[in-house]
Design a protein around this ligand. Structure first.
Ligand SMILES: [Mg+2]
Length: 298
């Protein structure tokens, strides 16, 4: 059966420039003084392969895992993001991460800020430390020969090592099956992201879901370029205070919608249990920053 505090909301965060306010790969490379060499590697390698090669070169130069971990721990993370994560979790939302960074950088940041326990699942590029103490970063979707993706997505915004849309499709299917089996409440997904790779999963969301693009960043422009392609309700955020406000507004809306659905079905109305520490903001009436997509039958 579904957990009693299941809010019926799954919040899926991108990591770079969404949870932290930088690109984790660039942050570590810059901190370790290897920016120019990384740019050279990117001339002939896909990004995911270049960062793995970069870690190999840094290891050869004597850079330790402690130095790498120490550099990523200094990545900027807004207190508003921390508050948004803790409040959403307290309200019964399930939190996940869908990121093209890597497991080592993400785990290190979350542990440093005491946030690891708030996330039920992290989908990203695997990371490991080999016998020689060198950090290895491997593709989420394995690919060979550098340029051929194995995930099968033809969208130009998906890199060869990871199609976030494919991961999102699998997640939506998993949630649907679990709800049909009575293991959880039917869920609305809220997805937050900024980059080109966040566009494909945006296209997978349904009308009951929400997309929160970072304003002025690539995924915002991609969505604005073809509003009819996106079924989800689009709510942009300009800064991290805005992220917190918009996300909590959406969670409140979802709680109201879930109560209406249950009431309409003649069942007992069960509202969201709001912890004493988490006063919900009043919902805003007109908060959509982009017009809702209009879907004509074809
Ligand atoms: Mg990002």
């Amino acid at each position: 059966m579904a957990a009693s505090n299941d809010a019926g909301v799954v919040v899926v965060f991108d990591f770079d420039k969404t949870i932290i306010d930088c690109d984790s790969d660039n942050w570590v490379v810059d901190a370790l003084g290897a920016s120019q060499r990384f740019d050279e590697l990117l001339l002939h390698l896909p990004w995911n392969s270049a960062i793995d090669a970069m870690m190999g070169e840094l290891h050869s130069q004597g850079k330790s895992m402690d130095e790498i971990a120490g550099s990523i721990r200094t990545a900027p993370l807004s207190r508003h993001v921390v508050a948004a994560i803790k409040t959403a979790h307290a309200l019964g939302c399930e939190l996940r991460i869908l990121s093209d960074a890597n497991a080592f950088f993400i785990d290190t940041v979350l542990a440093h800020h005491g946030l690891a326990g708030y996330f039920s699942e992290i989908s990203t590029n695997p990371a490991s430390v080999d016998a020689g103490g060198r950090l290895r970063i491997t593709p989420h979707h394995d690919f060979r020969h550098g340029s051929c993706s194995s995930h099968g997505c033809a969208l130009a915004t998906c890199p060869p090592n990871m199609c976030k849309g494919k991961v999102m499709e699998e997640m939506l299917q998993e949630l649907s099956v679990a709800a049909a089996a009575g293991m959880r409440r039917p869920s609305r997904v809220v997805y937050l992201g900024d980059g080109r790779g966040d566009y494909c999963p945006t296209l997978k969301l349904a009308e009951r879901d929400y997309m929160m693009p970072r304003k002025g960043y690539p995924v915002w422009d991609l969505i604005a370029g073809d509003r009819r392609a996106v079924r989800a309700d689009v709510r942009g955020w300009a800064d991290f205070k805005d992220l917190e406000t918009v996300l909590l507004d959406i969670i409140h809306e979802c709680a109201v919608a879930a109560m209406v659905e249950q009431d309409g079905g003649g069942q007992v109305v069960v509202g969201m249990v709001v912890p004493e520490c988490c006063a919900l903001p009043a919902p805003k009436v007109a908060m959509a920053v982009l017009p809702k997509a209009i879907h004509a039958s074809n």
